[in-house]
Every structure is written in C-alpha cells, then in structure tokens.
Design a protein around this ligand. Structure first.
Ligand SMILES: Nc1ncnc2c1ncn2[C@@H]1O[C@H](COP(=O)(O)OP(=O)(O)OP(=O)(O)O)[C@@H](O)[C@H]1O
Ligand SMILES: [Mg+2]
Length: 340
C-alpha cells in the first residue's frame, strides 16, 4: 500500500510560519503577507503581498517558501505570485460595511487556549448589559465553542427568512451565529480555503443581524487565514488581544499585534486573562506597554469562570452581582469609551 502524503491548507500555513521576512524579521503568516493559498493536487499557488518592493527580498522569500514546502513531502511545485497590496487592497471593494452594524470587533490572540472565547462571550454580554445592542459571531470555523458556552442545544438550526438571509440564534438576548449550528458535531470539519473564506463572508454579510452597536467576533487561535479573511470582508473597528500573564506569552502577543497592524486593523488593547498565583500577574500590562497598545484589564483565573462557560451560562449572566462579572464590565466600559 502506498501512503499518499496529501497536503492541506492548514499544513501549508504551518510550514509557512517557518519562513521569515528578511527585513521585518517576522514570519510571513504573522505579518499577514500571504493573501491566498490555492492547492491543485501537488501544486501550490501562493499570492503574496510584496512587503518591500525589493526584488532581492522577493527572491529570498520565494526560495525559502519553496524550500519549506518541498520539505513537507506533499508538494511538488510551488508558484509564488507577488502583488503590491498597498495599492490593490486599499481600494478593495470586497471590504464593505454591514448595513445596521456600527462596529465589528475581533477578539484574538497569538496562541490557543488563553480564553478568547470566554472573553468574547462575556464581553458581548457585558456590553449588552451596559445598554448596547450586541451580536456574537463565532469565527472559529475549526473548533467552534460558542454554542456550548451559550448553552445552545445542538439540535437547534438557524432558519432563513424570505430574502434568503440566515436568522441568527439567540441566547440571553444575544444574537449569535456559529458553524456549530450547521455542522454535524460528530464530523470533523475539513475546510478548503475558498469555502472558509466564503463562510466568513456569509456570517458577516448573509446573516440578518439587524441593528447592532457591536458585532463581537471570536477568533480561532493563531494568526492564520480566518483573520485575513475577516479583515478582507469587513472594516474592523479593532481587535482585542487576549493573553495570559507569563513573560513567554509576549512573543505570541507581538505576532498577533503585528498581524493586525499589517492588515491596518487598530489594536483596541490587551486583556490579561487567568491572572493569579498559577500564571502570575502584570505580564499583560507590561506587554501592552512594550507594544504600545492600551491595557484593557485583567481577569483572574477562577474555577467559576470555567464552570459557567462549560455549563452554558457565562459568568456575566450567571452571577450578576459577582466581583468576577465586574472585571468584564470594566473591560466593556473601556471598549465602549474607545469605540463609539
Ligand atoms: N479566567 C479564567 N479562569 C478559569 N478558567 C478560564 C478562564 N478563562 C478561560 N478559562 C477556561 O480555559 C479554557 C480555555 O478557554 P477558551 O476556550 O475561552 O480559550 P480560547 O482561547 O478561546 O481557546 P481556543 O484557542 O481553543 O479557541 C476553557 O475551559 C475556559 O473555561
Ligand atoms: Mg476559542
């Protein structure tokens, strides 16, 4: 039996994270230089932003990209196309406002498991309790967590309206959409790039969100193609970066911040999550200082926060009088101050 080493988009992204832009000294994925990836059997086409306009830099990038992808074992030919995004993308017509939605805010991080979804859900509910009209989009196409965190039954499916738009589901008066509402939970979701890009577009533009002050988007971990896609389909009011307090988290936060900067998305600030005796405290504030972005607040590591998330009643609604809710309210207030 022969083993066919099939290359996937996710694997390509992983490999490309090893390629450093020679001038900026960051990997090309974090920098958001890779605009599109197409796979045709063993032939990979990459559309890249021309970061420097320097043919020597382009040549180095091309050689290094070909080198890492050929090492993957599943790729035989690589075509790299460079385009000057500074002129092409700025006039992009793909990026269009969503009628009725004032601000779209991404909740992101450089790394998985730091509490993005927890922050996104509780922040959305906190903004709502301050009187704002809020929606929550689950941008995590590979591992959606929003349905469980909001306690939405796996048998519930969104319906379409007369205009063919998708009606979001609602929990705690929060309108929400997630790939988890459509996919069979038993089946692993293997996305081809164009499908992923299309799904993000549909979640933004084909969902009947109604009038919203804020649409919060829970992002998947890392600095990959969902981030690129989101920034291409809609003008973001900004990104909230979640981090844990440790020193080592700095490089992940830096990556996330750089990627959004590259996409010309404003960084609204850093939230330090899981503060306390286990992971320490204060790292997030230092990071914010180093990276020159606002510090939005810290949230302690507390079993109750996890329990509430697991049981589908986020802490902000489960414990309306608790101190823990107060942390999220504070962050929501800081955001409301900057994005109005
Ligand atoms: N402040 C906190 N205190 C205790 N547990 C927390 C806290 N924040 C998040 N958790 C728990 O940590 C786990 C990871 O959190 P969460 O799913 O929000 O992270 P994530 O960054 O969205 O992860 P992924 O990268 O997989 O999407 C969850 O079980 C969550 O309940
Ligand atoms: Mg998550």
């Amino acid at each position: 039996m022969t083993t066919f080493n099939k290359i996937t988009r996710e694997k390509i992204i992983e490999y490309l994270q090893q390629v450093e832009e020679p001038v900026l000294k960051e990997d090309i994925i974090s920098l958001g230089l890779v605009r599109e990836i197409e796979i045709d059997k063993k032939h990979v086409f990459l559309h890249m932003e021309d970061s420097s306009g320097d043919p020597k830099v382009r040549e180095i990038l091309k050689v290094n990209i070909q080198h890492v992808l050929e090492l993957s074992g599943g790729v035989e030919e690589v075509t790299v196309h460079f385009s000057n995004v500074k002129t092409e993308e700025k006039n992009s017509t793909r990026q269009r406002p969503i009628p009725g939605i004032k601000h779209v805010i991404a909740v992101a991080s450089g790394k998985g498991g730091v509490g993005k979804s927890t922050v996104a859900v509780n922040l959305a509910l906190a903004l709502q309790s301050l009187g704002a009209r809020v929606g929550l989009m689950d941008g995590d196409i590979y591992g959606p967590n929003i349905p469980i965190m909001l306690g939405i039954s796996s048998s519930k499916r969104p319906e379409g309206n007369a205009e063919g738009k998708i009606l979001p589901l609602e929990a705690y008066h929060l309108k929400t959409i997630s790939i988890g509402f459509f996919a069979n939970p038993e089946q692993p979701v293997i996305w081809r790039g164009p499908l992923l890009h299309k799904t993000i577009e549909q979640f933004l533009h084909q969902v009947e969100w109604g009038e919203l002050d804020y649409l919060i988007v829970d992002m998947p971990p890392g600095t990959g193609d969902v981030q690129l896609s989101l920034a291409q389909w809609v003008r973001l009011a900004g990104a909230v970066i979640v981090s844990t307090p440790q020193e080592v988290a700095l490089s992940d936060v830096r990556k996330a911040v750089n990627m959004f900067r590259q996409l010309e998305v404003k960084i609204l600030g850093v939230v330090e999550n899981m503060t306390g005796p286990v992971f320490g405290k204060g790292g997030g504030e230092k990071m914010a200082e180093v990276l020159q972005v606002p510090f939005l607040g810290a949230i302690p590591l507390e079993a109750q926060i996890r329990e509430c998330g697991d049981s589908g009643t986020p802490i902000v609604v489960a414990q309306p009088k608790s101190l823990l809710r107060g942390y999220f309210i504070q962050i929501a207030e800081a955001i409301r101050q900057t994005v109005r």
